[in-house]
Design a protein around this ligand. Structure first.
Ligand SMILES: Cc1cc2nc3c(=O)[nH]c(=O)nc-3n(C[C@H](O)[C@H](O)[C@H](O)COP(=O)(O)O)c2cc1C
Length: 204
């Protein structure tokens, strides 16, 4: 059975474009793939805390009796296990202040872990999560394409491409909805265009 991990990070609930589109991606993959098992993580409804020094120390073997920290470490381990178990990751990633939401950064801090998803060796860095496919849905208020005035401020897609590449995920697909804040017409056009791309996705 194929395992699919669906992650949302928008704080805009039912008004969110990336949530609408990530749900459409999951629906498309469900229809195209017999026996797919979906795990859902909502990083806005159930946020992960920022990493702390105490957390890192305990994760690296220091003893700690603080029950809240033990709970936090258990959650981090569950997040990493979920990611490692998934064949396909569907990620909703809105642009907030030119990059990912901080809720999503906290998730990435649990997933990019030395010895689990990457390692350093004599050749340099080696990604260890190369057996996965990631489909990232990005939604942006403006336009950041090559040659546009805002292109240099694009740190959402470029960052996610770097992070997934770093841990070895090369089966990386992006679906974008851009110009969401430029008015209802732009918004509708962007969503329609993105939904067309969703229908063309291959099975999980
Ligand atoms: C807090 C916040 C910050 C934003 N920052 C940017 C930005 O830097 N650049 C941009 O193009 N749009 C920005 N936007 C607009 C969003 O990218 C756009 O509304 C997008 O649809 C958000 O995805 P969502 O609807 O899934 O939350 C911002 C929106 C919010 C709520």
């Amino acid at each position: 059975m194929k395992k699919l991990l669906h992650v949302d990070s928008s704080v805009l609930g039912p008004h969110s474009v990336s949530r609408q589109l990530s749900a459409a991606v999951v629906e498309r993959l469900r229809q195209a793939t017999p026996n797919v098992e979906v795990t859902y993580r909502d990083l806005s409804a159930t946020p992960l805390p920022h990493l702390s020094g105490a957390h890192l120390a305990v994760a690296q073997g220091a003893s700690n009796a603080d029950p809240s920290l033990q709970q936090e470490i258990a959650t981090s381990q569950a997040v990493l296990a979920e990611f490692l178990a998934a064949d396909t990751i569907v990620l909703g990633a809105p642009m907030y202040n030119f990059t990912i939401p901080s809720q999503l950064k906290a998730w990435i801090d649990r997933v990019v872990v030395a010895g689990k998803t990457f390692k350093y060796d004599a050749q340099g860095v080696q990604g260890l999560a190369g057996d996965k496919r990631a489909i990232v849905v990005v939604s942006r208020g403006g336009f950041y394409g090559a040659g546009t005035p805002m292109a240099a401020l694009e740190h959402l897609e470029t960052y996610l491409r770097s992070v997934f590449g770093f841990i070895g995920v090369t089966q990386l697909e992006f679906i974008s909805a851009d110009g969401i804040q430029l008015g209802p017409e732009h918004r509708e056009k962007a969503i329609t265009h993105a939904l067309q791309a969703v229908t063309a996705l291959r099975a999980a």
